[in-house]
Design a protein around this ligand. Structure first.
Ligand code: BGC
Length: 748
């Protein structure tokens, strides 16, 4: 897929800083112009996934247990800037007469390119920039520049280098970005090289360190490197004759102390290998990597090239956003911007994890490893909240501690424990990786399960109730028995119990028992709580109530709410919102997608209709879920409309804040809604279940899935589904509840 733009107006440029960013799960560089355009709200960003500083929180009224600090993904030294002078005059894309301008992003090779043609002294100067974040060499950000003179000659100078004098973006009026701009970089050693320099730095408080090596190669006449305040400048000079071109490669390599003990030495060694390999090899490797990825992961929607292109962009962006190292994970804005300060939420597990589970199980596993590696912080967090046992994963975090300063829609979202537990259980069902479950998964399932026994209680009616929590819908906070939360808790308790029982049976329980002290008696209690879980239900409406008090609140009239008052969170006090029946996002409807067993069709349908009327979709996590459930309930046209909204959320900036970063949950949602919505895939303990609902506008949809060491392809047509087993042993699948044996090919 090729994304292309010819726009040079301020709003498009700000949006494109995100859309044209390049990232590889480890580093991310926003799509800024090398020339450093003077745009007032520009975010000139270079980030490492999860490389953070600590910022002290100031509360006028600080109560017990409130987080003291938050973590923030920091903007790293500027490695992008290249000011270009021709005969002493700066080439300015917004000021000079342009003959042509366009930029592209190609998902097949992961290259972002930009071409600018200036008319100059009767001739044309053409500048081509190419950028890539290497998937094969995650520490590498490569920039290529080619400058050509047609009927013009002159003296070229390019001013580049590494500048540590940077700050994070801030906007005190938007709670979704940081309120104050602080510099987080403490400059360290700077070493000059013949062809570049090495810049080391630390964070102000979190004690992380990193080193950047930048080296230049090309046919320039001379290169002058000088040390400056916390960085270095590189001036490349060249006498350009008419018809000649200057080609330049800039290798920027970064390494950090979370991964290696000596980031400078590591960056130097990697940079050396990159320079030796050369740009052509590096570009070829990238293309091969993406070919393999696309073959495994990219669905096809026949006859709909535009829709395929949008999906392609979303899936490629998801790949760019996701770490594969177990040290970091997947932030709600990926590595594309500073919205939500680079934090990880439940977005990862509930919306993005399934894509990786079914297409790149190793990446899915590393996301689980990340949670496992932060389990001790989650245990600490549970203690701070008054619990004596168990672990409570933070609502938003980078390295494991709670970073939410507003607990009603932060720490109170206990459902994140259930979401994480669900992803471990799904991994288990999809891979059968018992080693991982015995050594790590079981510990997470037990620690999260036992927390429900602490949060909830057996009430006078004999049922298990969970009070004072917040569900996914952030317009309703601190309520009793959120239906979604109770469902998550039930599933969490059951999967912990089933896994422990299996580990005991197979003599594989040593690790979980020594790590958690879990006993058979405690597991019995898990089962008792799960079996007694209370679920709010309104008989008259035949719907699940979002929580105990939700249906008794005043209904919000969305039809008479002025358009400019959306998203409501920016225009109404939280208490005002909490007193109404109004939803920011799918909540009960989401639980009907994730935990459908035992729910009647009519309850699902009535709940969908009821909540649809009062849901604003102010969160980008909502529409894909409504698409999935509309498909599930046979409303394929409606599902299609929600799907279109999902697909274009970032490409068309429908939430108005893509400038601050991509909506990664929604990116994952665009795969989910296709595979779990239209093809109706559900992963259950007994295998893969499908329930197809192809939109009438489409001829067919096909995609591949990894399942327990097999690869299968699934094609969905209006009148049939065709399954092919591409590798691995035959197995049984379910279509519309009927079991079939898939040997090589099966048409249902
Ligand atoms: C949503 C949350 C989500 C967060 C990060 C909020 O607007 O309500 O559910 O986790 O954004 O994407």
């Amino acid at each position: 897929m090729i994304l292309k733009s010819t726009c040079l107006d301020e709003n498009s440029l700000l949006l494109e800083e995100t859309l044209y960013h390049v990232a590889n799960g480890y580093l991310g560089v926003r799509g800024n112009f090398e020339e450093k355009l003077p745009l007032s709200r520009s975010v000139r960003g270079f980030y490492l996934n999860g490389f953070y500083d600590t910022v002290e929180l100031q509360y006028p009224e600080k109560l017990f247990g409130f987080p003291e600090n938050v973590q923030r993904m920091i903007n790293l030294p500027d490695v992008q800037t290249m000011r270009i002078y021709f005969d002493g005059e700066a080439l300015d894309p917004l000021g000079a007469p342009l003959v042509e301008y366009y930029r592209t992003l190609d998902t097949a090779d992961g290259l972002a390119k930009r071409t600018i043609k200036y008319s100059h002294s009767g001739g044309i100067i053409t500048l081509c920039f190419t950028r890539m974040a290497s998937f094969v060499r995650p520490e590498l950000f490569l920039t290529l520049v080619k400058i050509e003179g047609t009927n013009v000659s002159g003296f070229l100078e390019i001013h580049a280098g590494v500048d540590s004098n940077v700050r994070n973006y801030s906007n005190p009026d938007d709670p979704r970005v940081a309120a104050e701009a602080i510099s987080h970089i403490v400059p360290g050693d700077v070493t000059l090289l013949d062809d570049g320099g090495i810049v080391s730095f630390s964070t102000t408080k979190s004690e992380l360190h990193a080193s950047i090596v930048q080296r230049f190669s090309g046919n320039f006449d001379s290169l002058d490197i000088r040390r400056n305040d916390g960085g270095f400048s590189a001036v490349l000079s060249h006498k350009l004759s008419a018809g000649e071109s200057l080609s330049l490669a800039k290798f920027t390599v970064i390494s950090d102390s979370r991964h290696v003990s000596d980031p400078a030495a590591n960056a130097i060694a990697i940079a050396e290998k990159c320079v030796l390999a050369g740009k052509d090899k590096i570009i070829a490797e990238q293309r091969q990597y993406l070919e393999r990825f696309r073959a495994a992961a990219m669905p096809e929607i026949s006859g709909c090239p535009d829709i395929e292109r949008a999906l392609d962009f979303n899936i490629f962006s998801l790949l760019q956003s996701t770490a594969r190292d177990g040290v970091s994970a997947l932030a709600s804005k990926g590595i594309s911007g500073e919205g939500y300060e680079g934090h990880y939420f439940w977005d990862t597990e509930t919306y993005c994890f399934p894509f990786f589970l079914f297409t790149q199980p190793e990446t899915a596993k590393s996301l689980l490893e990340f949670r496992y590696n932060t389990l001790s912080s989650a245990r600490e967090h549970a203690k701070i909240l008054g619990h004596t046992k168990g672990a409570l994963f933070p609502w938003r975090t980078i390295s494991g501690s709670e970073c939410s300063s507003y607990f009603p829609s932060g720490s109170a979202q206990y459902h994140i424990n259930g979401d994480i537990a669900h992803s471990f259980a799904q991994y288990w069902y999809a891979t059968g990786d018992m080693d991982f479950m015995a050594s790590k998964g079981a510990e997470v399932l037990v620690e999260t399960a036992r927390l429900w026994l602490e949060v909830g209680h057996f009430a006078a009616d004999g049922l298990f109730h969970i009070h004072t929590v917040t569900g996914p819908d952030e317009y309703t906070c601190l309520i009793n028995n959120n239906y979604y939360t109770n469902r998550c808790a039930e599933a969490n308790l059951r999967s912990a119990a089933v896994l422990c029982t299996e580990l005991w049976e197979k003599n594989l329980s040593d690790k979980v028992v020594s790590a958690t002290g879990v006993t058979r008696k405690e597991v019995e209690l898990f089962i008792k709580a799960a079996n007694s879980m209370y679920f709010p239900y309104d008989e008259k409406l035949d719907i699940h109530a979002q929580d105990d008090s939700f249906l008794s609140k005043k209904l919000w009239d969305l039809s008479s709410t002025p358009k400019e008052n959306f998203p409501l969170l920016l225009h109404y006090h939280p208490l005002f919102l909490y007193r109404h029946q109004v939803c920011k996002q799918a909540d009960t409807v989401l639980s009907h997608f994730l935990f459908e067993d035992g729910i009647t069709e009519s309850t699902m349908r009535n709940s969908f209709d009821y909540y649809e009327k009062i849901t604003t979709h102010d969160s980008s996590l909502s529409r894909c879920v409504f698409s999935i459930m509309a498909a599930r309930l046979g409303m394929t046209d409606k599902a299609y409309d929600y799907y279109m909204d999902t697909l274009y959320t970032d490409l068309e900036n429908t939430h108005g804040n893509t400038k601050d970063g991509l909506h990664t949950a929604n990116l994952g949602g665009s795969w989910l809604a296709l595979v779990m919505g239209f093809a109706g895939l559900r992963l259950k303990a007994d295998g893969l279940h499908f329930a197809p609902h192809l939109p009438s506008k489409w001829e067919s949809v096909s995609f591949k899935l990894c399942f327990r060491g097999r690869i299968l392809s699934v094609c969905l047509y209006a009148e049939k589904m065709v399954f092919s087993l591409l590798s691995g042993d035959s197995f049984r699948i379910f279509v519309d509840g009927q079991s079939y044996l898939l040997e090589t090919q099966l048409t249902v």
